[in-house]
Structures are given as C-alpha cells and as structure tokens.
Design a protein around this ligand. Sequence first.
Ligand code: 4NP
Length: 161
Amino acid sequence: MPYKLLFVCLGNICRSPSAENIMNHLIAQANLSDRIVCDSAGTAGYHVGNPPDRRMAIAAQRQGITLCGSARQFVKADFETFDRILAMDRENLVNLCALDPSGKYRHKVQLMCDFCTRHTLKEVPDPYYGGTEGFNQVIALLFDACEGLLAEVTQELAAGK
Ligand code: 4NP
C-alpha cells in the first residue's frame, strides 16, 4: 500500500492543487511514485468540479509545474484513507478538526508550513483576492514545504513505518 498524502485548503482550486502537483513532481524526481501518492481537497464546496484557478496555473507553469485535477470537498472518510493531511492555513486546520470532534485523527493533521526550511511564514496565504505576487509566493512556499515533507516521509518509509 502506498503512503497517502492529502493537501487541504478552502476551495481546492489554488493552494492545495498546487501542493499536490508540486509534491507529485518531487516524488517522480525521487523515483517514489509507486510508494507515495497525493490528492487534494477543499473544506468548502463552492468550486466542486472546477479546474485549478487560471492565475494559480500560470504561476505554477512558470516554475515548470502543470496543474491537473478538479476540485472536490473534503469528506470525513478522508481521515481514514490518508496517512497525513496537510492544511494550508490555521483556518483549514480548525475546520478539519471540527469534523473530528473526538480527536481520533488529530495526529494526522498538520500545517503545511511546518515543513518549510527556508521560509518563515507559518501559513500558506490565501491568494484568491490578491495579485500575481501572491500566487508566485504560494508556489515558492509550497516548493519549500513539499521538499521538507518529502524528506520526512522518505525517512518514515525507510524506517519501515
Ligand atoms: P484556495 O483559494 O483555498 O487556495 O483554493 C480560494 C479559492 C476560492 C475562494 C477562496 C480561496 N473563494 O472564496 O471562492
């Protein structure tokens, strides 16, 4: 069974699809595509079925990443399906925890920026109502966080977990 990562933001059209596709890129580079798989979801359902935001796709493409996928909403069953669930900001984390009132899955849910080694921001800012720079910043932050996350998951796999 591959190790399963789920990236979560609000709408699943900007930050979490970027995280998913950047992570898949790094996983493929590391020849780990059969060991680690990725998906993404939104806590809200406003954009279900939509492709990634065009502004986000342009920013990702500038760094060599093509955004694929269509938005879906997080469902409680995801807590069982995935090994780790990465929230883009604190609001996403609070909304996820509200769906797990007993705290059974709390150990699986983490903030994405906890894996950054070069950036100091603690959350991936919501770029939706901002300008181009916000989208570029999301991509830079997510490359950093995805590299840190891949290092940690690779260690965990090597340890046989
Ligand atoms: P995301 O960005 O959570 O990174 O996908 C947003 C997308 C849509 C909205 C807000 C944030 N919205 O309000 O529709």
